[in-house]
Write a protein that binds this ligand. Structure first.
Ligand SMILES: [Zn+2]
Ligand SMILES: [Zn+2]
Length: 409
């Protein structure tokens, strides 16, 4: 038996063969996927990704030449500049999502898939793998690459930009990491963890028991009802609840904070460009206008969509979902659950503008000739992105299905 994390329906998981996936029969969420057996592939890909990620961190990333002057930026140059120009939270956010989390994640995959190969199953393997799964969406290599692309196109208008060895290593590493993650079979990891655990004992006796399903590893545990509020998954250690606690209240308060920050994020400049003695500040929308003026329609559309539309639509979408709990409509449930899935998955792509700012700030440091410095708008904008990501995580889509069930009774 397996419980759908999006709608809460318990169902029998079918046996899968090559290329097949199992989807929830009520809301269409993907429940499980068939993995080709072979943790060797995953270990090899993860080791290669780790090596290239280290190269990407020590070799030159981008070169910048303007009016006879040259500068070279490393992956960490922008992070260092953000730290020095008194924006430590931004430096931590970029450093965390582009350097630290990817290193931890890829190192973790090497360890977990290596453990499978060696038949090694320490007690913390389940907990470790659970944290890796949670960290997955915070490793934003591919989003960072889009940020680099926007920065390079933007600067390419007025200066010459060269790609360094670090850049190529970074591209290769992000592809290998994707491969390593996609070939690591969660079922095989959980089976390895189970082999080193005592077999689960079902709740016995006269006290009524209930089933709690783990959203991380899909294990269903039978729990006494009195103990159900304070129970952790025996396999991976995830605290279990029938529903995420105070999900609507928490999502709404995070959304309120995000809505308030959304205003300065779009009113304040995100960076200041000092070029040959002229100084000019850019808000997000002014940046888009500049791209359109330069004839870069595609990039302008990308930035407008990811930085302006997505955060706003996420806020509106989640508010709408919270509102539908009061007015349950069973015909639109599947649509609403899909909307939630899109909102949850699209959030990290809004980081493009933050990453672009970090790249520009690290690269363009030629003193009086050309300098780019971050401004307060970038911090507010990063705040909006992070708050909406957390709001989407806090919201429990199963509450939508509960509301309809209660309404129909
Ligand atoms: Zn479902
Ligand atoms: Zn679990």
């Amino acid at each position: 038996m397996i419980e759908c994390v999006d709608c809460g329906l318990s169902q029998v998981q079918p046996v899968l063969t090559v290329g097949q996936s199992a989807f929830c029969r009520r809301c269409d969420a993907r429940l499980a996927r068939y993995y080709t057996p072979g943790h060797q592939t995953s270990t090899a890909l993860a080791l290669a990704a780790l090596a290239l990620l280290l190269v990407a961190n020590v070799k030159p990333f981008l070169h910048f030449a303007f009016h006879g002057r040259q500068s070279t930026a490393y992956l960490w140059s922008g992070i260092e500049m953000l730290w020095e120009t008194s924006y430590p939270p931004l430096a931590l956010l970029v450093g965390g999502t582009v350097i630290l989390v990817p290193l931890v994640l890829v190192g973790g995959v090497v360890f977990v898939s290596g453990s499978l190969g060696l038949g090694y199953g320490p007690a913390y393997l389940g907990g470790l793998y659970r944290w890796l799964r949670k960290l997955r969406s915070w490793a934003m290599l591919e989003v960072f690459l889009l940020g680099v692309l926007v920065a390079v196109v933007k600067l390419g208008e007025l200066a010459s930009i060269g790609l360094g060895i670090g850049f190529y290593a970074f591209v290769a590493s992000s592809l290998l990491m994707l491969g390593a993650w996609e070939t690591l079979d969660p079922q095989a990891v959980w089976a390895r963890v189970d082999a080193s655990l005592d077999p689960p004992r079902p709740a016995k006796g006269t006290t009524p028991a209930t089933f709690l399903a783990c959203p991380v590893c899909d294990l269903r545990s039978s729990v006494h009802i009195e103990k159900a509020e304070d129970f952790a998954c025996p396999r991976c250690g995830e605290p279990l609840h029938t529903r995420k606690p105070y999900s609507v209240q928490r999502a709404l308060s995070l959304l309120l904070a995000a809505t308030i920050l959304y205003i300065p994020a779009n009113m304040l400049p995100v960076m200041r460009v000092e070029l040959l003695g002229r100084s000019e500040t850019d808000t997000i929308l002014q940046g888009v206008q500049a791209l359109i003026a330069g004839g870069l329609w595609e990039i302008a559309a990308l930035v407008f969509f990811a930085s302006f539309l997505v955060p706003g639509l996420k806020i509106l979408g989640l508010l709408y979902l919270a509102w539908t709990i009061r007015r349950p409509d069973s015909d639109k449930l599947i649509l609403h659950t899909r909307l939630y899935r899109i909102i949850d998955q699209i959030g990290r792509w809004s980081m493009i503008d933050v990453f672009m700012t970090a790249v520009l700030v690290g690269l363009v440091q030629l003193g009086a000739i050309a300098t780019i410095v971050p401004e307060a708008g970038a911090v507010c904008f990063a705040g909006v992105v992070i708050l909406t990501i957390f709001a989407a995580r806090a919201f429990d889509p199963r509450v939508l299905w509960d509301a309809v069930e209660e309404h129909d009774v």
